[in-house]
Design a binder for this molecule. Structure first.
Ligand SMILES: [Mn+2]
Length: 419
């Protein structure tokens, strides 16, 4: 028996903040979640699998665009034609979706109850699927606790949308433990909710397939579903299969050996070529971080716009479709900052003032006050997460000062050394 297990499709999920990026392949990325789902359905048909398990979050939110739902129904109907059954539970996003409540699903689809755990048996396949949907967005109780024990003589599969005992960046919905799941005696637990693929356990199998298509730089690397091969009541193998049509990369490029911005651009181009190669013809969306301590630092930070332009030019030179989402410059100077602080002249005074400010709570507070009105005036899109930083957030002003120190002091030293 062959089962396909997927979760977190987030159909038509808006790729966050894409519109504010110049030259973003918005159209391609906007349909990426749909095309990834078509890839999944194609695979089910081509490989003639027996069933598809969807572990929640087919939809992304509570907007009322029924085209999203119609697209989903159409794809599931393709599976119906081939006699492939689908079992699904609702996750936190579906529970909040109007589409979920209004749309009638094809008869090959079994949507498991949100009132209590439901067991659905397919005698022909020898398969028992146990699961419970989310009734509302924020399910705080352990749904798995009430799941029944395995039925004898069948392949038992549990469907559940959960964060288990907690996963970084994921709301702790339907909390439970791997031990609790294992105690039910199922051969396979098809989980959803956590967007990073993870094999939590192999005995029994407890698997997060991850989401089907990365949607931001926080969701990097290969994305897809898993194929579960079973014999009788046992799982024989679990194989990940890629379904994504665009792939995100968070690239750190060490430019410390570069003598010039051109050298740095060459290093960036090499890194982007490697990313494109690893993405096998897919659209590549990359955040490029320039790192390392070296002589090119001052030139890179002196004109950030020029640095960004040269990174984008390097990307345009890579074969295949590569889009640079953002350029982050985190290089460090060769200049010895500690030595600069020891100087007795004006430069030494500036170096000390900037450095010491980070350790003085009073100065930090005053700086935060002074910066706030200025930060509020800046356009959105600056800084790494859409804003430069929040002066009220602890640690941010210190980090800002460290950046000022690493930028300003080397510029002053270099300016002095220049004839
Ligand atoms: Mn979820």
């Amino acid at each position: 028996m062959k089962l396909v297990h997927a979760a977190d499709i987030h159909l038509d999920s808006p790729l966050r903040g894409l519109d504010r990026y110049d030259g973003a392949p918005s159209a391609d990325l906007r349909v990426a979640t749909r095309r990834a789902f078509v890839n999944l359905v194609d695979h089910c048909l081509e490989e003639r699998v027996d069933a598809l398990l969807l572990a929640g979050d087919v939809y992304d939110g509570d907007w009322q665009d029924f085209n999203t739902g119609l697209f989903f129904v159409k794809q599931l109907a393709r599976l119906r034609e081939a006699g492939i059954r689908v079992w699904a539970v609702l996750g936190n996003h579906d529970a909040a979706s109007v589409i979920t409540r209004r749309l009638k699903l094809p008869e090959n689809v079994t949507l498991l109850s949100h009132d209590a755990p439901q067991t659905s048996v397919d005698e022909r396949l020898g398969l028992a699927v146990h699961g419970q949907s989310f009734a509302k967005r924020d399910v705080g109780e352990d749904l798995a606790a009430a799941y029944p024990r395995a039925l004898p003589g069948l392949l038992n599969v549990g469907l559940l949308h959960t964060a288990l005992a907690g996963r970084p960046d994921h709301a702790p919905y339907a909390p439970t433990t791997a031990d609790r799941l294992a105690s039910k005696g199922y051969a396979y637990w098809a989980l959803g909710h956590v967007h990073r693929a993870e094999v939590v356990s192999r005995d029994p199998w407890i698997v997060f397939p991850g989401n089907l298509q990365g949607r931001s730089v926080r969701e990097t690397g290969e994305k897809g579903f898993v194929v579960v091969t079973a014999e009788g009541t046992e799982v024989r193998s679990v194989e990940p299969v890629a379904a994504d049509v665009a792939r995100w990369h968070d690239l750190s490029v060490d430019v410390s050996p570069a003598r010039s911005p051109d050298d740095a651009a060459t290093l960036v181009q090499r890194a982007l070529e490697a990313a494109a190669g690893a993405s096998a013809g897919r659209l590549v969306a990359a955040r490029v971080r320039l790192t390392g301590r070296g002589p090119v630092h001052v030139a890179l930070v002196r004109d950030l716009a020029a640095t960004e332009a040269s990174v984008r030019a390097a990307a345009a030179d890579v074969s295949g479709e590569v889009w640079v989402e953002k350029v982050v410059v985190r290089t460090l100077p060769e200049v010895d900052l500690a030595k600069a602080r020891e100087r007795k002249d004006a430069l030494g005074h500036v170096a000390r003032t900037v450095h010491d400010a980070a350790f003085d709570p009073e100065t930090l507070k005053a700086l935060a006050e002074e910066l706030r009105p200025l930060l509020e005036k800046l356009p959105a899109g600056l800084g790494e997460d859409g804003r430069l930083f929040d002066a009220a957030e602890p640690g941010k002003v210190e980090a800002f000062l460290a950046e000022v120190e690493a930028t300003l002091v080397p510029m002053l030293v270099e300016g002095e050394e220049r004839p």
